[in-house]
Design a protein around this ligand. Structure first.
Ligand code: SF4
Ligand code: SF4
Length: 191
């Protein structure tokens, strides 16, 4: 499995998360410059390690930063419903699209990843729950990771297992299972 946490797929991110909001700025946040894996033709860095260009003031090559760094933005920069104080450096949560080149199932290839950063208090103070409530409304899978393991949060287990198994859904779940199957039919057929 290969994670491409940042990739030059701005159109897909715009379609799924919305356009970059004009009234939000990264400010002092540099979370993505450390946390994420970058794997693009002209720039790459490993996840979980500060970029070699990151200095105390921020990006040390800001004026000449790579294309991906000019065009990529986390979900907080795109989703107006995410609270103002959920900026990653303040909340300890980084939300972004996640792309897996060789997904194990139809929920993994393209999804929203909620990363709980080391020392984050977002579960205890309710921020994680508030963000998940916002994210788990559409037909886009949502995962949560603490950096070591990841868990599918949306759809929930009962829906996900029916979508993957192809078993008949009970009446009260049928509409939701059908909606997910329709969306991922071609991917599920390859599993
Ligand atoms: S994590 Fe989001 S808010 Fe923070 S620097 Fe990256 S794009 Fe900006
Ligand atoms: S080049 Fe600059 S903006 Fe891009 S990841 Fe490194 S420090 Fe961040």
């Amino acid at each position: 499995m290969h994670l491409i946490a940042m990739q030059a797929d701005d159109d897909l991110e715009t379609a799924l998360l919305g356009p970059v909001l004009p009234n939000r700025a990264c400010g002092d946040c540099t979370v993505c410059c450390t946390v994420l894996t970058v794997d693009t033709p002209d720039f790459s860095k490993p996840g979980g390690a500060p970029c070699a260009h990151l200095v105390a003031e921020g990006c040390g090559i800001h004026a000449d930063r790579p294309h991906i760094c000019r065009t990529w933005f986390c979900a907080w920069r795109r989703i107006a419903d995410m609270p103002e104080d959920s900026r990653p450096d303040r909340s300890g949560i980084l939300v972004s699209m996640d792309f897996v080149r060789e997904p194990r199932n139809c929920f993994e290839g393209v999804s929203i990843m909620v990363r709980l950063l080391p020392g984050s208090k977002a579960i205890d103070n309710g921020m994680a729950g508030a963000i998940l409530d916002i994210l788990c409304e559409d037909l886009v899978p949502v995962w949560v990771t603490d950096g070591s393991k990841k868990m599918l949060m949306h759809p929930d287990n009962s829906i996900a297992s029916l979508v993957l198994s192809g078993d008949p859904a009970p009446a009260h779940l049928r509409a939701e299972v059908t909606a997910w199957r329709d969306r991922y039919a071609s991917l599920a057929a390859k599993d």
